[in-house]
Write a protein that binds this ligand. Structure first.
Ligand code: FFO
Ligand code: ATP
Length: 186
């Protein structure tokens, strides 16, 4: 199996090559699949990342959540942890940790029941996930085990197998532009 850092390098190379237009179009297609899921429809609170560097874009989902009357919160890195802040306007986001858009205002929230929409670098069909390597989501989800978890990925981010460590937390669902992968309990 390829090592995490090799996989990250390959995915970053692809992410650099794709056009802004492609990312925009495919992100909207994929967002519509997410919005149709019962777990999104039923959620009253949505925790979601603010995308950067050709991750799946999340603005369409955030707008859909606001329009449906849901509360939305986005993460800010503080030391080794993420703190989620209520987002009511995109103007609250400014480049922060590694240039990632982060909230500069908005009440900090700590929700135990909500839908967590996660980013990731690569996944496999057992819903194993690798991110940038900070362990931020693994640590957060360990402390908030009641959250529903959905990850967003383009098809090119789904590999045959990605390495998995004991502390890695696998999203319950992964949504791509062509498939929705449900984690099997085993
Ligand atoms: N949009 C978004 N926000 C997010 C995350 C994410 O994956 N995506 N995170 C998920 O954890 C957290 C931030 N985690 C991060 C962890 C490490 C690096 C980092 O080391 N970046 C370097 C090197 C990347 C590399 O090439 O390995 C960089 O961007 O230059 C960035 C973010 C919280 N917010
Ligand atoms: N629950 C945890 N408690 C303490 N340390 C953890 C926990 N989960 C992960 N870590 C540590 O965080 C570091 C990075 O983990 P990993 O490579 O899995 O990050 P990642 O999932 O790719 O990143 P991210 O979640 O930020 O997108 C590892 O050294 C790992 O041991």
């Amino acid at each position: 199996m390829e090592e995490k850092k090799v996989i990250r390098k390959k995915i970053f190379a692809i992410r650099q090559d794709i056009s802004d237009q492609w990312v925009q179009d495919i992100s909207i297609e994929l967002s519509k699949h997410l919005i149709d899921l019962p777990v999104f429809q039923h959620a009253k609170k949505v925790m979601i990342y603010a995308d950067y560097h050709h991750e799946v874009k999340t603005d369409y989902i955030i707008r859909a959540a606001w329009e449906a009357g849901k509360q939305v919160a986005v993460p800010k890195v503080v030391g080794k942890e993420m703190v989620f802040h209520l987002l009511t306007d995109f103007k609250q986001l400014k480049p922060g940790y590694f240039g990632i858009p982060e909230p500069v205002s908005g009440e900090a929230v700590c929700w135990d029941e909500a839908l967590m929409i996660m980013p990731g670098v690569a996944f496999d069909r057992k819903n194993h996930r690798i991110g940038y390597g900070g362990g931020f989501y693994d640590r957060y989800l360990e402390k908030h085990p009641g959250l529903d978890t959905v990850a967003l990925a383009f098809d090119f981010q789904i590999k045959d197998q990605v390495p998995c460590e004991i502390t890695d937390i696998c999203p319950q669902i992964i949504v791509t532009e062509t498939e929705t992968l449900f984690r099997r309990e085993d």
